[in-house]
Design a protein around this ligand. Structure first.
Ligand code: NAI
Ligand code: MG
Length: 491
C-alpha cells in the first residue's frame, strides 16, 4: 500500500486549503482572523489559516447538529456510510505523496516516515472502520416476565474532536474513523501548528461525498478547542494532547456532562533484560524513543537495562544515536527532522540542561543541531535515577534516559512509579518473564520484543493519568455510541 520512495527529495506541496470547513463550505472566520503556520525545518511561514472563534464554532456545531438530526446522513444506511469511508481512504491513497509532503511541511517529520508510516496507517484505519459501519449492533436480553428486551447502539450525536500536532493526519483518521462508522457528525479542531493535512483530508471527504455538515473543521488555538468543550450542543469530546489540557477539558465538560475520552501523555518504561537479543533491543530502544523526533505519547523514554549488560547496551545505543541522520525532512535520507516549534524546542533544551545539572551522564547529543530550524541532537543520558526530572516528566523530544536495574520485582516497581500508564515494553527470551511483566505493568499497551507496533484493530489508550477510554479497534466504537435498552410487553 505504501508508495515507494524516490531517491530525489519530494517536492513541497501546493497549499490548496487554509479556510474553515463549515456545512460543506470553505469560509473565513466571522471576524476574519487568521494565524500563521510554519515549516519547522526553516522557520519560514507556510501560509495563514483562518482562526475560528466561539461564533465560528457555534456555526460548525449547528451544521453538525442539522446533519445529525435530518437529511441524507441521518437517513443513510450503515453500509453506505462504510462505502463513503472506503472512498475517502481511496482518495487519500491516490494523493498519498501530496498528503505526506503536507505533513512534512507542516510538522517537520521526515518524508520517509510520513510516506511509509503515517499515511499508510491513515488509510488502513479508515478502511478498518469502514468495515465496522454495518456491524455495530445490540443484544437481545433475557429478562423476567413476558417481555422482549433488546439493546441498540446509537450514535452519540455531535462530537468535538481536538487533536495534537505530532501525527496530524493519523490523529484525524483515529478520530474520524470510529465516529463516522457509528453515524456521528464532527466538529474537529486540528492543532494550531499543523492544520494543513486535516484541511486537505476534509477536502477529500467532500469529494468522497460526505454530506455537508457531517465533517466540519475549525482551526485555531486552545480557545477554539475550549469553545467546542463549552458548547452545550456538543454531545461528546474526544481529545488527544497534554495531560494538563486533558484535565481542563474533563473539568469544563462537567458543566454539560459531555462524554469525554482522553488520550494523554506518558513516560513509558522500556525494560531490557540480560537474556534478550541485545541488538534487537538496542534497535527497539532507538526506534521507541527517537521515532518522530521523540514526539510520541508512547515514547519509550525510560529505558531500564539489567546491570549485567548495561555498559555493552549503552555503547551500542550511543553508537546508533550518533549515526542518526538529521537534516532536511524532505530528503529521503533524513531520519530525524526538527521539533515541531520553538516552544517544544525550548522545553526540550530546558530538560537537557536539567538532566546535565542533576548529575546524569550525557553520553551523546545534548545540544541544538544546526543554526536554523528546531533541531535537537539525539541525546542519551545514562545512569539516570528515578527522581530526576528527566526520569519523571514527559519531555516529548529526542532525549533518552537509561536507568540500570538488578531485579525483576525492582524493575516492575520502578516502572510503575509514575502518574502515567500509556505503554511499556519488555525485551527478553524468557516467555514467563515477558508475560509476567505484561501482567504487572500498569499500562494500556505492552510490547514484547518490539516497540510502536500499531494496528487499527488493536485498542490503544492509557491507565492512570495517561487518559480515559481506548482508541482504535472495536473498543473505540464505544466512545461514539450510546446504549439504548428497549423493553416491549408481549402480553
Ligand atoms: P496541548 O495539549 O496544549 O495541545 C493539544 C491540542 O489541544 C491542540 O489542538 C490545542 O490547540 C488544544 N488545546 C490547548 N488548550 C486547550 C483548551 N484549554 N481547551 C481545548 N483545547 C485546547 O499540547 P501542546 O501545548 O501542543 O504540547 C504540550 C505538551 O503536551 C508536549 O510537550 C507533550 O508533552 C504533550 N503532548 C502530548 C501529546 C500526545 O500525543 N499525548 C500530543 C501533543 C502534546
Ligand atoms: Mg498547550
Amino acid at each position: 500500500m505504501s508508495a515507494t520512495l524516490e531517491t530525489a527529495p519530494v517536492a513541497r506541496p501546493q497549499i490548496r486549503r487554509n479556510q474553515l470547513l463549515i456545512n460543506g463550505e470553505w469560509c473565513d472566520s466571522v471576524r476574519g482572523e487568521t494565524f500563521a503556520t510554519y515549516h519547522p525545518a526553516t522557520e519560514e511561514k507556510i501560509t495563514d489559516v483562518a482562526q475560528a472563534n466561539a461564533e465560528d464554532v457555534d456555526r460548525a456545531v449547528k451544521a453538525a447538529r442539522r446533519a445529525f438530526e435530518e437529511g441524507e446522513w441521518h437517513d443513510m444506511d450503515a453500509r453506505d456510510r462504510g462505502a463513503l469511508l472506503l472512498k475517502l481512504a481511496d482518495l487519500i491513497e491516490q494523493n498519498i505523496v501530496e498528503l505526506a509532503a503536507l505533513e512534512t511541511l507542516d510538522n517537520g517529520k521526515p518524508i520517509i516516515d510520513a510516506l511509509n508510516a503515517d499515511l499508510p496507517l491513515v488509510i488502513d484505519c479508515l478502511r478498518y472502520y469502514a468495515g465496522w459501519a454495518d456491524k455495530i449492533k445490540g443484544d437481545t436480553i433475557p429478562v423476567r416476565g413476558n417481555y422482549f428486551c433488546y439493546t441498540r447502539r446509537e450514535p452519540v450525536g455531535v462530537v468535538g474532536q481536538i487533536i495534537p500536532w505530532n501525527f496530524p493526519a493519523l490523529m484525524v483518521a483515529w478520530k474520524w474513523g470510529p465516529a463516522l462508522a457509528a453515524g456521528c457528525t464532527i466538529v474537529m479542531k486540528p492543532a494550531e501548528q499543523t492544520p494543513l493535512s486535516c484541511l486537505r483530508m476534509a477536502e477529500l471527504a467532500m469529494e468522497a461525498g460526505f454530506p455537508p455538515g457531517v465533517i466540519n473543521v475549525v482551526c485555531g488555538f486552545g480557545e477554539t478547542g475550549a469553545a467546542i468543550v463549552a458548547h452545550s450542543d456538543v454531545d461528546k469530546v474526544a481529545f488527544t494532547g497534554s495531560t494538563e489540557v486533558g484535565q481542563i477539558i474533563m473539568r469544563d465538560a462537567a458543566q454539560t456532562l459531555k462524554r469525554v475520552t482522553l488520550e494523554l501523555g506518558g513516560k513509558s518504561p522500556n525494560v531490557v533484560f540480560a537474556d534478550c537479543d541485545i541488538e534487537a533491543a538496542v534497535q527497539g530502544a532507538e526506534f521507541g524513543l527517537f521515532f518522530n523526533q521523540g514526539q510520541c505519547c508512547c515514547a519509550g523514554s525510560r529505558v531500564f537495562v539489567e546491570e549485567s549488560i548495561h555498559s555493552d547496551f549503552v555503547e551500542r545505543l550511543v553508537d546508533r544515536a550518533k549515526n542518526r541522520q538529521l537534516g532536511d525532512p524532505f530528503s529521503p535520507a533524513t531520519a530525524q527532522g526538527p521539533q515541531v516549534d520553538k516552544d517544544q524546542f525550548e522545553k526540550i533544551m530546558g530538560y537537557i540542561e536539567r538532566g546535565k545539572s542533576s548529575g546524569a551522564d550525557c553520553r551523546t547529543g545534548g545540544g541544538r543541531w544546526g543554526d536554523k530550524g528546531f533541531f535537537v541532537e539525539p541525546t542519551v543520558f545514562d545512569n539516570v535515577t528515578d527522581d530526576m526530572d528527566i526520569a519523571t516528566d514527559e519531555i516529548f523530544g529526542p532525549v533518552m534516559s537509561v536507568l540500570p536495574f538488578r531485579e525483576f520485582d525492582e524493575v516492575i516497581e520502578r516502572s510503575n512509579k509514575t502518574f502515567y500508564g500509556l505503554a511499556a515494553a519488555v525485551w527478553t527470551r524468557d516467555i514467563a518473564k515477558a508475560h509476567s511483566l505484561a501482567a504487572k505493568v500498569k499500562a494500556g499497551t505492552v510490547w514484547v520484543n518490539c516497540y510502536d507496533v500499531f494496528d487499527a484493530a488493536a485498542p490503544f489508550g492509557g491507565f492512570k493519568m495517561s487518559g480515559i477510554g481506548r482508541e482504535l479497534g472495536e473498543a473505540a466504537l464505544a466512545n461514539y455510541t450510546e446504549l439504548k435498552t428497549v423493553t416491549m410487553s408481549l402480553d
